[in-house]
Write a protein that binds this ligand. Structure first.
Ligand SMILES: [Zn+2]
Length: 416
């Protein structure tokens, strides 16, 4: 199964002090065209940019002497705000007819010219007339991106005092893995095994107290719902806000984890192996386990890992989680009864349940992925009495104590 081609997008923001009057004129013309387009689209029940263009381009280009290529961009802005408006109405929420108050210009990359070395930006104003030239001041960060030609220039947005240029690039080719990091996804950690050609070790990645964050917010939401029960509108508003806060806090913790994991994988040219959470209904997991795995933070950490890995060329392999928590990685026996905190098998194998699942995830991947099997030899027996090593300490990273996760490095010499 080929993962879809990923694209990274960044916004480069440049403060612009002095705004020439021509640019001001352009922004107010653009706003006018957007607002007229909204009215035309509403009055004729137009729902696509193509139809809007057919209905309005002639009239608007006759009424406005603005550089022609801006008119389709105005249609795009108009259709975007109309879509949001119609969605709100459909959900039964209140929404007034969209009207753009803010001065703004949006342009596609064929409309403007940017000198990537000097920051000279040329913005056409009217048809057949001179353009406005702005000199953007480039920071080191801006330069590092603009000097790298794999970043392509995208749309330009101009608002008073600021210019924003979108850049994008395709994900690099994935490397052939020489090692694997296979992880079982648990409530507050990812647990599993690092396996290279000659060595293997157990790993744990803390999710940085995500479970506690969720528990705290759960209690707070319940209290809020109770206290504001008399006013449904206020209750909803407060609960929405609580939900957003919780998500932001969780997301931020997960970003640190996914970033460190992807970096460690790249350092060791390892593939990352995870369960395919969309397949969790396939069986082998209890209903309780299914509910736990389908919850948002688990999906979110996978989403982040997959995205960041794609941007770094790190291969990600997803395996069916069926029986991963019930199988003995040493002898292959399948346990029918409930597995406790320790997985124990009649063959004498015994291991913490979560790491045990991580090993089975690795074994499943090795059985199905030829490229991985070429790079990694894995013998569960070698791990039997090993110590678990944290892939890296999240708390230390949050406090800025250290930049590089080095858990994996430590363990390489540890076991081989
Ligand atoms: Zn066994």
């Amino acid at each position: 199964m080929e993962p879809r081609k990923m694209k990274a997008v960044k916004s480069l923001v440049f403060p612009v002090g002095d705004f020439p009057p021509e640019l001001h004129w352009l922004l107010s013309e653009f706003r006018l065209i957007v607002n007229k387009s909204v009215r035309i689209a509403l009055s004729q029940d137009i729902r696509s940019r193509y139809r809007l263009s057919a209905a309005a381009y002639g009239q608007l280009s006759a009424e406005h002497r603005i550089y022609k290529q801006y008119i389709p961009s105005a249609f795009e802005v108009a259709m975007g705000s109309l879509k949001a408006h119609r969605r709100r109405l459909k959900k039964g929420r209140r929404s007034s007819t969209p009207y753009m108050m803010k001065l703004m210009l949006k342009a596609e990359n064929q409309s403007y010219k940017l000198d990537r070395e000097t920051g000279r930006l040329r913005i056409p104003i009217r048809r057949g007339e001179m353009a406005v030239i702005l000199h953007l001041s480039l920071s080191d960060w801006h330069r590092s991106i603009l000097n790298d030609l794999s970043w392509r220039l995208g749309s330009l947005t101009v608002v008073p005092g600021r210019v924003i240029i979108a850049v994008s690039r395709d994900a690099p080719e994935r490397y052939e893995p020489k090692a694997a990091i296979a992880l079982d996804t648990n409530e507050d950690s990812l647990d599993g095994v690092f396996a290279g050609e000659w060595s293997a070790t157990l790993l744990s990645l803390s999710l940085g107290g995500v479970r506690q964050v969720q528990a705290t917010h759960f209690r707070r939401r319940r209290r809020l719902a109770h206290k504001k029960a008399y006013d449904r509108r206020v209750q909803r508003k407060l609960l929405d806000r609580e939900g957003r806060r919780e998500r932001d806090r969780v997301r931020q913790r997960l970003h640190v984890v996914s970033k460190g994991l992807v970096r460690a994988a790249k350092d060791h040219q390892a593939a990352i192996v995870l369960e395919d959470l969309t397949l969790h209904g396939a069986g082998g997991r209890s209903r309780r386990m299914n509910r736990r795995l389908s919850s948002w933070p688990r999906r979110e950490i996978h989403r982040q890992i997959e995205y960041k890995a794609a941007m770094e060329g790190v291969p990600v392999i997803k395996v069916n989680p069926r029986y991963t928590s019930k199988t003995c990685p040493a002898c292959g026996a399948l346990r029918r009864d409930r597995v406790g905190r320790m997985f124990e098998c009649e063959c004498g194998w015994s291991m913490d349940r979560q790491h045990n699942a991580g090993m089975n995830i690795l074994k499943t991947a090795l059985a199905s992925d030829e490229a991985l099997a070429r790079g990694v030899r894995f013998h569960p027996g070698a791990l039997r009495d090993d110590v678990v090593i944290p892939l890296y300490d999240l708390q230390a990273l949050l406090e800025g104590a250290r930049e590089e996760p080095s858990g994996v490095e430590l363990t390489l010499s540890h076991l081989s």
